[in-house]
Design a protein around this ligand. Structure first.
Ligand SMILES: NC(=O)c1ccc[n+]([C@@H]2O[C@H](COP(=O)([O-])OP(=O)(O)OC[C@H]3O[C@@H](n4cnc5c(N)ncnc54)[C@H](O)[C@@H]3O)[C@@H](O)[C@H]2O)c1
Length: 320
């Protein structure tokens, strides 16, 4: 079977996936859609495919097996619902949207039409995160600290809350998702944020920094920090504290136990793996190796939206 693949959105992340797909056998990129025609045309020159500027027209005219949705958070509109109604399997970049009501409507179409979904939380495919998962089977954590400390991404939509959702929803979502992947579901959220530090950046209305404290159903607690004001490097990852061990994840791992420090580097490529696994699932109709589905990513979105609500209201949010 040749899997016919289309893309909506041909920006940074779309080209990352296309590079992976170009190395996988049995795929044809048949169509690319971007509201900026020149971006879709430049991408088509490299990877092939007919060019569209309207995804409704593309879904009407093309017979696709799979669609990659690589849109900014505000721009998803009805693309997933239209594709699901046509039986097209979906790879969707995180975050899956900005409104819980809307993503629940999408979820019901996905489930109704038995659509295979994979969401771009590629950290779930890393060898390091899977090593942490197996450590957690035998060791009870006491506390953790997650962090995404960096600078402000260059894409203009990122700095507007109504377009990106802000750093927690758009970027640190990877760390919130890992926290769920490792520790299960969250019961309570309390968050604070600060604004107004980056006087040199025009037209931004998101937090410069935030701290989100989580209480999990299993009793574990932790705080996830975000910052987007740094111009001097940063750090992304998580440190988990056990009674006799600490595990620091930053892509690789550092494990400290009985004063012995062990560093483990990994050479795996989780981005390639998530694309391979999605395409394999579309070919075989067996999605058991997919580690992030639409329904699961919906829970990560709900968690990050709860953090936003807590910042806005100053209240502790109880998750259902
Ligand atoms: N998994 C990851 O590590 C990762 C990394 C980067 C980005 N992302 C996610 O990918 C998504 C896209 O990010 P990006 O960095 O590629 O952004 P981008 O701005 O580089 O690309 C988005 C593209 O979508 C196009 N677009 C906007 N509205 C459209 C519409 N209605 N129809 C067709 N095209 C439209 C834009 O013109 C642009 O070319 C975001 O949700 C982001 O969070 C994920």
């Amino acid at each position: 079977m040749i899997v016919k693949v289309g893309f909506v959105g041909t920006g940074g992340i779309a080209n990352w996936h296309l590079e992976h797909l170009s190395k996988i056998e049995g795929i044809k990129i048949t169509s690319l859609c971007d509201i900026k025609r020149e971006k879709a045309e430049a991408t088509a020159k490299k990877y092939g495919g007919r060019v569209y500027t309207d995804y409704e027209k593309m879904l009407e005219e093309e017979k696709l097996d799979a669609l990659y949705v690589c849109l900014p958070p505000f721009a998803h509109k009805n693309v997933e619902i239209l594709a699901a109604e046509k039986g097209i399997h979906l790879f969707i970049e995180k975050p899956i949207g900005l409104s819980l009501k809307k993503v629940k409507e999408v979820e019901s179409q996905i489930l109704k039409n038995k659509i295979i979904t994979s969401i771009g939380y590629q950290r779930r495919y890393q060898e390091s995160t899977n090593k942490i998962k197996s450590l957690l089977k035998e060791n009870e954590p006491g506390l953790f600290m997650g962090y995404w400390m960096g600078g402000m991404p260059q894409v203009s939509w990122w700095r507007r809350k109504e377009m990106s959702g802000g750093q927690i929803i758009e970027q640190t979502t990877h760390i919130f998702d890992l926290a769920r992947f490792f520790f299960g579901e969250v019961e309570k959220v309390f968050a604070i944020g600060r604004k107004g530090l980056m006087k040199e950046v025009e037209n931004y209305n998101i937090e410069d920094a935030s701290a989100v404290t989580l209480l999990f159903k299993n009793g574990l607690m932790g705080t996830i920090y975000s910052a987007c004001f740094l111009s001097c490097g940063g750090m992304v990852g998580m440190t988990i504290y056990f009674k006799d061990m600490s595990v620091r994840y930053d892509g690789g791992l550092q494990i400290i136990k009985s004063k012995e420090v062990r560093k483990i580097d990994f050479n795996d490529d989780p981005g390639v793996l998530e694309d391979q696994i999605f395409i394999e699932a579309v070919k075989t109709k067996n999605s058991s190796r997919i580690k992030s589905t639409y329904s699961d990513a919906l829970k990560t979105l709900a968690l990050t939206l709860a953090a936003e609500e807590s910042i806005k209201t100053g209240k502790v949010i109880n998750l259902k």
